[in-house]
Design a binder for this molecule. Structure first.
Ligand SMILES: N[C@@H](Cc1c[nH]c[nH+]1)C(=O)O
Length: 367
């Protein structure tokens, strides 16, 4: 006998959450599709190197791998669909005109859970805009993300903007830090540790930490300390993006945040909503590598359906009518066409468990 246990981080979805999950996924995908994003559906597993090789600096550590007895090669379960969409855009849809707009939705599996999210399997739905990552493209993607969240019933949206490659860019340019100290610099910034920053001779980075918080104040602080063209350009871009979406959502800024943004470069963002624990989604700009060595700019977002389901979104009260033995099947069929759920008695002893109505003749009467 087996005991019905599941591995850590994996779970069943039961009624009514399983139904809510598919309803939310559908609503999100439809909302994304309205903006002209055509759906693609990559496989659950593929060659390991394809999953990590397509996006600049995607990580191998995230992969749950296995050797495929058929191809004798190492396959991995996808931890993220964005890289797969990148592969499709660079290969099978490489000839399509740009910008290319693609949507997707399905399960992903990560090797390790995070403290914030103990689940290893999540359902991701998202959009990727391929061929440009300029300000109008970022604005479009954020707009689509906001509408997709609203379609799922999310309210009180906050977008936390980050500049994932800012520290590396400053370290390689105007605020030099030798490569071997980059990891220490990252750790000190993540820990917001002023002493550690001074210890590695990077005290100049301290003011960046203070430029975090709600916009527009945080952006004004960042502007006040910027003496570099590369930072000025990004500040201008953030101002344009937030102006374009003004009033619809709350923006915050965390210029040095990088955790979870392995391949996003110029801009990254995390999506939050009131009443929902942790992130609802994230996204940003990145580069897709092509076979000829060129890198194509892209920007996109992924929403995670699971936190929405856990918060009770997507559940709808259904009208359930009990159909006694001997009732007219055509009448029951007519009710289903009108949107009723019918529960047919199989014996005369069946009880109308979970039903709101009972069919009397051809008419549902409240129980
Ligand atoms: N797929 C990324 C987010 C993203 C989509 N496009 C670009 N970034 C994630 O889930 O973390």
């Amino acid at each position: 006998m087996t005991n019905g246990l599941l591995p850590e981080g994996l779970r069943d979805r039961l009624p009514p959450q399983a139904e809510a999950a598919s309803r939310l996924l559908h609503r999100v995908i439809v909302a994304i599709g309205r903006h002209g994003y055509d759906r693609v559906s990559p496989p659950l597993a593929e060659y390991e190197e394809e999953l990590v090789g397509r996006l600049k600096s995607a990580r191998r550590q995230d992969l749950l791998r296995f050797v495929d007895p058929v191809s004798q090669r190492t396959l991995a379960l996808r931890p993220d669909i964005t890289g797969q969409v990148g592969r499709i855009a660079a290969t099978r849809l490489g000839h399509r005109p740009r910008p290319l707009r693609l949507a997707y939705g399905g399960p992903v599996l990560k090797l390790r859970a995070t403290q914030l999210r103990p689940e290893r399997e999540l359902t991701q739905a998202g959009a990727e805009l391929i061929g440009t990552a300029a300000v109008p493209a970022i604005v479009e993607v954020l707009r689509v993300a906001i509408e997709a969240m609203e379609a799922a019933g999310v309210t009180g949206i906050t977008i936390d903007l980050t500049l994932p490659d800012l520290v590396e860019t400053l370290a390689a340019g105007p605020l030099p830090v030798p490569t071997e100290r980059l990891a220490a610099l990252r750790d000190a910034l993540d820990a917001r540790d002023a002493g550690a920053l001074a210890g590695i001779g990077a005290a100049d980075y301290l003011p960046l930490l203070e430029a975090a918080g709600p916009l527009p104040a945080a952006l004004a602080r960042l502007r006040a300390l910027s003496r570099w063209e590369i930072l000025d350009q990004r500040i201008d871009a953030i101002a344009q993006i937030t102006d374009a979406l003004d009033g619809r959502v709350t923006f915050t800024l965390d210029p040095t945040e990088r955790q979870g943004f392995e391949y996003q470069s110029l801009i990254g963002f995390s999506l939050f909503a009131s009443g929902l624990r942790g992130e609802v989604g994230r996204g940003g700009s990145y580069a897709i590598l092509h076979a000829d060595g060129t890198a194509e700019p892209a920007v996109g977002f992924s929403l995670y359906i699971d936190p929405l389901v856990d918060a009770g979104l997507g559940q709808e009260p259904s009208r359930r009518v009990f159909v006694p033995v001997g009732a007219d099947p055509a009448a029951a069929r007519a009710l289903r066409r009108e949107g009723w759920t019918t529960i047919a008695a199989l014996t005369d002893d069946d009880l109308p468990v979970g039903c709101t109505h009972r069919m009397v003749g051809a008419v549902p009467e409240p129980l």
